[in-house]
Design a protein around this ligand. Structure first.
Ligand code: KG4
Ligand code: ZN
Length: 334
């Protein structure tokens, strides 16, 4: 079974051809540069850039893979959540290929694809707690199997990736701020600034990051953006974020332990899972607790079409009406 997959939910245009045995014949991720000058994603520009690039990279994946459109058994594309324009472009393009080839179209949930991404390269021991950390979502899930996914908590305001990007902007760093903050923090003092950790001690699994961003902005107003200042504030910010993630994860694990359910693994997914400092904090804490920490492979951490293809391959495929599936910017996991 050969799957063609398209991802266009935000500012990455990505196409992948994968078979059910996990062979990736070609996978291209194009990160749109146009948004850098605005310090954030401009939805209309994202739509236009997807339109411009999608056909070109589709041609390239077929060239690279040595496959023909007629070799494809299933066409799949992200249908939500995400930006409406970009979702419509990717899904309509892919539906057209499916109709033209007389093959099924399978709509795919972007968040579910991030959550399932570590199952590509790991045998997960369930139950598993999954930290989903992207630019638009920050959520904590319980996975009892690939199909039984329960939301336990989420951010009540900004997402973590978004907070990294906003803090990056305050520090005059390039967009996206996440990787830039990680680089600057290497030379910084993580206890230079004592930043707030909202909701940390509340008895729930929700997150809040807007107060943290405001605290950073107040410190920035009182200081010059020297290299030392940027490094120290970046390091303190990452320290604070990893403390919040660690505490909430411990709380989630304890919640199930109290009900005699031992959590066997923790997975960290989405763009922020690229962050090696956060990863190390989690790995160091859990290494002697008999909880395995799992990450996706590098090219499945940020937005990509391989995770869309992999999610499609894992579905019980019943595609009769899926060609009529409407994209949904707020699509949830059923
Ligand atoms: O999952 P993703 O590629 O797209 C969404 O679905 O939103 O996540 C993008 C987010 C951005 O906010 C970006 O700043 C963040 O992931 N990110 C990072 C790092 N690399 C990407 N955040 C922290 N540290 C990183 N190294
Ligand atoms: Zn994503």
């Amino acid at each position: 079974m050969l799957v063609f997959a398209v991802e266009t939910s935000c500012d990455e245009t990505s196409v992948c051809i994968m078979d059910k045995d996990k062979n990736i014949y070609s996978h291209i991720i194009f990160s749109q540069e146009i948004h850098k000058r605005y310090g954030g994603v401009v939805p209309e520009l994202a739509s236009r850039a997807h339109l411009e690039i999608l056909q070109k990279i589709t041609k390239k994946v077929f060239e690279e893979s040595g496959k023909k459109i007629s070799d494809i058994d299933i066409f799949s594309a992200t249908c939500g959540p995400g930006l409406i324009g970009p979702l419509l472009i990717g899904s309509t393009f892919t539906k057209s290929l499916a109709i033209g080839s007389n093959k099924p179209f399978v709509p795919i949930n972007h968040i579910e694809s991030h959550i399932l991404s570590p199952t590509f390269n790991n045998e997960i021991r369930y139950p598993n707690i999954c930290l989903l950390l992207t630019g638009g979502h920050t959520e904590i899930y319980l996975l009892e199997s690939k199909k039984k996914i329960t939301l336990l908590g989420e951010t009540v305001d900004d997402a973590l990736g978004e907070t990294f990007d906003k803090v990056g902007k305050l520090l005059n760093l390039k967009y996206p701020g996440g990787p830039e903050i990680e680089k600057k923090a290497i030379n910084g003092n993580e206890v230079a600034y004592d930043l707030p950790t909202p909701l940390l001690n509340e008895n729930n699994l929700n997150f809040s990051f807007s107060g943290l961003k405001t605290a950073v902005s107040q410190i920035v107003k009182k200081n010059d953006l020297s290299n030392d200042f940027i490094a120290n504030l970046s390091a303190s910010f990452q320290f604070c974020v990893s403390k919040i993630l660690l505490e909430k994860t411990k709380k989630a694990i304890k919640k199930f332990e109290d009900k005699s359910k031992k959590i066997n693994s923790l997975s960290v997914v989405g763009g922020v899972s690229n962050n090696k400092y956060i990863a190390k904090k989690l790995i160091d804490f859990f290494k002697d607790k008999n909880i395995e920490i799992l990450f996706p492979v590098k090219n499945m951490m940020s937005d990509n079409a391989a995770m869309i293809a992999w999610n499609c391959i894992n579905k019980n495929l019943n595609h009769s009406k899926d060609i009529y599936f409407k994209v949904d910017p707020r699509l949830t996991i059923k």
